[in-house]
Design a protein around this ligand. Structure first.
Ligand code: SF4
Ligand code: SF4
Length: 381
């Protein structure tokens, strides 16, 4: 059980443990445009789906096998245990330009942070949430891969200043970047706050920020010419390299954790993570943690009216009024939520954590953002 606290420090003493590909991979279809069809044989690294946004990275098979099912949630691959892999792409010899960005996107990289130019490039090297140690682990064990990613990012963005933000007192270094220490206390690890700490400004247009996890993905693609096929997750204090699409059930079995009936399994960290709806759910690129809340440790879920205590406002680093925004979202007043600063929220989860009434404030906020995004996409179509 993960004890909730605010410190982002972690006591690392082991290296990343690889998890073998399971017999079945479940690729979540949500927000993807499928390219593979049922019955199709796929090699390791073969493209399965594209991202509908102009910058989002494609999704690839983490193991060879056959697409045996597609339902409303997942595309399922039955793995054959073979090692047939797609041909590598020589990314390093490509010149800077649209073709390079498109190739990186086709290899699974979200290229939004690498498009255009930036006066300042910030690398967020803080662990994203308490209890998660992925950033520190990658900086400690695989800085050569992160360096390859940084070299490519600098080639694309040509920043005047590059800064590696790490927890105060840490000695990590990357060539071409100055290291700046930040107090390792949540929510100081969130991108918006890291940028403010480094530049002294809020949301400066000339600054881009990427995490060390993003740069690690980019570095692996550059060095191997193969797409992103796994992610690193912290589970119970240890870090694991997990093939994308690995069902949570397989992961828990492999690491020896057995949830009991009624427990909540959460993907992500303690403040921003989301409960999984099924243990068959597959791990995605953006996941960095997994933990369990025993049923005895959380109160019964019920509709909870706001009691106007103001705790959420006092704890909001974005200085918005979460109680107002959540009430707008609750009653489908999404544009009103926007007027109350919905988009200034960077989803730290502190409001919900402090709410005495246990209102699902972060979920309301994410719901309002998703509804507005969907309605605007429909208007544009
Ligand atoms: S999640 Fe809540 S506390 Fe955090 S920035 Fe958004 S509104 Fe503020
Ligand atoms: S912390 Fe919860 S109960 Fe208090 S004002 Fe905010 S939403 Fe309302």
């Amino acid at each position: 059980m993960l004890k909730i606290h605010y410190s982002l420090d972690s006591g690392l003493n082991e290296s990343i443990t690889p998890i073998d590909a399971p017999k079945v991979l479940n690729i979540q279809k949500r927000n993807l445009v499928l390219q593979a069809k049922k019955g199709q044989s796929v090699r390791r690294g073969e493209i399965l789906a594209k991202h509908p946004s102009p910058f989002g990275g494609a999704y690839h098979a983490a193991a060879s096998g056959k697409v045996t099912a597609i339902n409303e949630h997942n595309l399922t691959i039955s793995c054959d245990g073979g090692d047939e892999t797609i041909d590598a792409v020589d990314v390093r010899s490509m010149g800077v330009g649209k073709d390079l960005l498109r190739t990186l996107q086709d290899l699974g990289i979200d290229v939004a942070p690498y498009s255009g130019k930036a006066e300042t490039l910030v690398i967020n090297g803080l662990n994203p949430e308490p209890g998660i140690s992925v950033a520190q682990q990658l900086l400690m064990d695989e800085s050569d891969i992160i360096q390859a990613g940084l070299d490519m990012a600098r080639k694309l963005l040509t920043p005047g200043r590059t800064v590696l933000a790490v927890g105060k007192g840490e000695k990590f270094k990357l060539s071409g970047a100055e290291t700046v220490g930040i107090k390792p206390k949540y929510p100081r690890s969130l991108d918006a706050l890291v940028v403010r700490d480094i530049t002294g400004r809020e949301f400066p247009a000339d600054t881009k920020i990427v995490s060390v996890m993003d740069l690690h993905d980019l570095g692996r693609v550059v060095l191997t010419g193969l797409p992103v096929m796994d992610t690193v997750l912290t589970i119970d204090g240890r870090n694991y390299r997990v093939p994308l699409g690995t069902p949570i059930r397989h992961l828990l079995d492999t690491v020896g954790i057995q949830p009991s009936s009624g427990d909540i399994v959460v993907l992500g960290g303690p403040f921003r993570g989301e409960a999984v709806y099924s243990l068959d759910e597959g791990v995605t690129k953006n996941d960095y943690g997994l933990f369990i809340i025993p049923s005895s440790r959380f109160p019964k879920v019920q509709d909870a009216p706001c009691i106007n205590c103001g705790e959420c406002v006092l704890n909001c680093p974005a200085r918005v009024q979460p109680h107002l925004i959540s009430r707008c979202a609750e009653y489908d007043k999404f544009e009103m939520a926007e007027k109350h600063g919905l988009h200034s929220c960077f989803e730290c989860g502190l409001c919900a954590f402090h709410c005495f009434a246990r209102r699902p404030l972060l979920q309301y906020i994410r719901f309002a953002k998703a509804q507005l995004k969907a309605s605007r996409q429909t208007e544009q179509a």
